[in-house]
Design a protein around this ligand. Sequence first.
Ligand code: XMP
Length: 518
Amino acid sequence: MAASKVSNSLDSTFYRAADQFFPAFAHVGLTFDDVTLATLYSEILPRDTQLNTRLADSLQLNIPVISADMDTVTESRMAIAMALNGGLGLIHYNMPERQQLSELSRVKNHVHGLIQEPIKVTPDQYIGDVLKLIEQKRFRFPVVDGTGKLVGLLSGHVVKPRYAKRQVAEALTPRAQVQTINKKELGKDPIARADRFFTEHPGIHKLLVVDDEDHLHGLFTMSDVERIIQERNAQFKPARDARFRLVCGAAVSATRNAFGELDRERILNHVQALVERGVDVVAISTAHGHSKGVGEAVKMLRSAFPNLPIMAGNVTTAAGLDYLARCGANIIKVGQGPGSICTTRIVAGVGIPQMTALYVCSRAAAKQKVTIIADGGITKSGDIVKALTLADAVICGGLLAGCSEAPGEVMEIGGKLYKQYRGMGSLAAMKAGSAARYGHTENPSQKIAPEGVEALKEVAGSVDRVLAQLIGGIQSGMGYLGAANLAELKKKARYIRVSPAGQREAVPHDVLELKTGG
Ligand code: XMP
């Protein structure tokens, strides 16, 4: 072995592997900032590290990051962006079940680069109306009749104030001259198909997608297709299912009926509908996963859907993990009270700091052959690296809530832009439907103690941008440890406890900060 790779006994006295380190701190709850990782000899460049993770046999991600099933974090736009980046979004359940099904369908039917709902106009509209729709020059508007059938295309060249009083019908390029492709012909790689079309048809920049009845299903633009082809060289590919659709998860509420029993029929019918639409994992997210109701719900779903990946939680104990694994969950969420909007530890006085909880649960998970997810409290990429030394993926709420793909409006306060971010145990979220998650009924007359706050997050730009920063940090951490993949990261991690002075030393200090790293 080369001298550079030989371990040094002095190092092992100070920097300990998980099974030596955590039991030595059995009397204290440790979280991310309480520990730091020691470097190791490395031949691994950050950019060469692999971040793929297997959460269940049929659920593999290309990056180990999941967006939280919270009503201010994940609906279809967020889930699409997460899967396109190689991760996963969990669509929250604070909405009518039918709406959750259609949010899921949007993700599963999403074709990258295909504008599924282009701005359409009807023949009887006036050009003046269309002018109002224009945000960008040289737009083309598909023209459809009342049933959604393609009638023609309205070119940007005729959408001018001088024609404002003319009807669209008088100015459109007729159907026979419009280039279309049948949805069925798109095949497994719609972008490659559209790219070939544009090469074969010089001068055509738009391609409309129709079905056998000529109903409009979307629009490809050459510029989008070219951008995506360029991006294909990206290291982390979108996370897709066996049928090449984006992966997507959905949270399911373990609701109870009027007699206080698990509402079996309602839950089973809804999950059946999710499965029919291609859901890749269902999440039974509650504040206390080691409880009868959650166990019953998991057992019921496992027996009805033997092959469906089931994520359940949350737990922070080995007994809680064993219980959910035995009930049939494949993926267990670990975290009670670490979340940025959580007040469980203040209100209920319970919960375990996250690194200790992850260590305990990771050892129980290895015995049960299930995977675990670090859920809550992640505020920076370094926290993710630490979490991944024990867990198979992380869930982020606050880190993604400020992104443009998160639900909710942008608001301006004092010249800064913010988006709403609230705990699912906040009063407002529980009123909107998540009370069951915290073991409460939805009866508003009952007195309930909220376990989360309503807050704001500064606007953070796109998910692509935020994830690029996080992934860069994870890869950097892996490079320092000489870990080529996540399995090696787990094997190689060695920890040391950080003192309060060490924590101060770890962040910018004694300088006037002009620009943040992000
Ligand atoms: P972060 O730190 O990423 O945490 O913002 C997101 C996770 O926090 C959990 N969660 C809550 N926990 N009260 C809690 O105690 C709440 O109101 C609440 N809402 C969400 C959840 O696990 C989420 O993924």
